[in-house]
Design a protein around this ligand. Structure first.
Ligand code: DSN
Length: 484
């Protein structure tokens, strides 16, 4: 796109948003105001939350239409509602872009979130691997022919299945079998962690656990592990024990789409089912998606209404737009920049004697262990926020402070890379974060006892860091040309 075309589109988007906010304000001005303020806040802060990004105006505008008004339970060409012809077009296009982008035999674009996508995957694996043999065993054709007694027995079979996933404090997700999550309740679960010394995944340990536990589902993927995964090895492990390999690539889908993760690091050819969100490194609308090998397609297709409510047609449309963007060559440059910038950020910390889980990164995540500053993750997150640096606290392996206070701060580069930040800026960001944390001390509670939540940030540091950020943020504006 030429500079003149970009400027024209930015001016058009400005008019569209200004008009939209005027229409909204006529009904509920406080919502228009909060929407404007959110943009101002995002423009003026350093967004380092690893799971967030900035979707394009085209993607965002696509979500604000009457496609939202249509019910379309079912799937393309097989709906429980009439008049779904345009939703069929939207869903087909989104699925086609997803298949082409990821080289997947099948794509299901209805899930409303990553957790929904994982639930669809679990449902599909149970339905495909457990229900059908069970039905044959009961001598019936379909679930409608089952007697109450058969249902009891089927429930017992579904309930007796096993799942092995990455532990939450090692970087796995809640839905990977974390005990209090539904995934840890619907399956007998076990978790694999990381090496206590290196912090890295040890495939021999995963294999040994899998051999002993014999899971139906082996889950790979992470939301706070700063390293790449060899999915060929994970598939070997799954095959050896007869497990279905499910990969949750919610965090790194953009790095797969942008061909930074190729070969054994690309999960799609190896996983039976791959799930993702669309709004993280993939830079699309908030939502989820399931990619599957052909044998699981029919079961995944029944995600709605078996697991999901009616599809959000306006969001599926926005997924199609964002996926079309991700198929452009420029997205590959963007994805490589995400990974390069994460390295710059990690190096910036290491040269300033900070402690990083696994000692660095080779994806988009840097996991900072803040114990050396005498802080909890909660204190660090709050002090950084005071200085306009938006991060989220996160557990580190075997976290002594638990999942609420934590000992880590998770940082990610997708959002600021979208703004155009590069090596020097990320080095500066590391310097600023170290400045804040070195000048923060733990506070006390009302009774004067040590607290894991309160903190004291030395005078003047927040202001200094904010003015340093402002310089960089001004140089790399969010939505350049968008006047709001
Ligand atoms: N909330 C997402 C994240 O921040 O990684 C995962 O669900």
């Amino acid at each position: 796109m030429t500079d003149a075309q970009s400027a024209h589109l930015a001016a058009t988007a400005s008019t569209a948003y200004q008009s939209a906010l005027e229409v909204i304000a006529a009904v509920e001005p406080r919502i228009a105001e909060a929407t404007r303020k959110e943009l101002a806040d995002q423009r003026s802060s350093l967004k380092l939350i690893a799971s967030e990004n900035y979707a394009s105006p085209a993607t965002l505008l696509t979500m604000g239409t009457w496609l939202s008004d249509k019910y379309a339970e079912g799937t393309v060409g097989h709906r429980f509602y009439a008049a779904c012809q345009n939703v069929d077009t939207v869903e087909s296009l989104a699925a086609e872009h997803a298949r082409e982008l990821f080289g997947a035999p099948y794509a299901y674009v209805q899930p409303h979130s990553g957790i929904d996508a994982n639930l669809v995957a679990f449902w599909s694996i149970l339905a495909h691997r457990v229900e059908m043999p069970a039905l044959e065993k009961y001598g019936v054709k379909g679930v409608n022919d089952l007697s109450e007694a058969d249902w009891e027995s089927l429930r017992a079979e579904f309930g007796g299945q096993r799942l092995l996933g990455m532990a939450l404090d090692a970087g796995g997700h809640l839905t990977h079998g974390f005990r209090p999550n539904i995934s840890g309740k619907m399956f007998h679960q076990q978790q694999y962690g990381t090496d206590p010394v290196t912090g890295l995944l040890d495939y021999d340990v995963v294999a040994a656990k899998a051999r002993e536990f014999k899971p139906l589902v082996l889950v790979a993927g992470y939301s706070a592990y700063p390293r790449r995964v060899n999915f060929a090895k994970m598939r070997e492990i799954a095959d050896e024990v007869g497990a279905t390999l499910m990969v949750d690539m919610a965090h790194f889908a953009g790095l797969v789409a942008g061909k930074v993760f190729t070969g054994d690091e690309n999960p799609v050819p190896f996983a039976h089912i791959t799930t993702t969100t669309t709004h993280k490194s993939l830079r699309g609308p908030r939502g989820g998606m399931v990619l599957a090998q052909e044998e699981f397609a029919a079961d995944v297709d029944r995600g709605c209404p078996m697991v999901l409510g009616g599809p959000l047609s306006h969001v599926m449309a926005a997924k199609a737009v964002a996926l079309a963007e991700a198929r452009q060559p420029s997205f590959q440059t963007y994805a490589q920049n995400i990974a390069d910038n994460a390295k710059s950020l990690a190096e910036g910390f290491l040269t300033r004697d900070a402690t990083l889980v696994t000692g660095g990164t080779d994806n988009h995540i840097v996991l900072l262990d803040v114990a050396s500053y005498g802080l909890t993750g909660r204190q660090a997150e709050s002090a950084l926020l005071d200085a306009g640096v938006v991060t989220n606290r996160n557990s580190v392996p075997n976290d002594p402070n638990g999942a609420w206070y934590t000992t880590g701060v998770r940082l990610g580069t997708p959002a600021l890379t979208t703004r155009g930040f590069g090596h020097d800026e990320f080095d500066k960001v590391a310097e600023m974060i170290v400045d804040v944390l070195s000048n923060t001390t733990p506070g006390t509670n009302k009774a004067g006892a040590p607290s894991k939540a309160t903190y004291n940030l030395a005078d003047g540091v927040a202001e200094k860091v904010k003015s340093q950020s402002a310089e960089m943020l001004d140089k790399h504006p969010l939505y350049p040309g968008l006047e709001l």
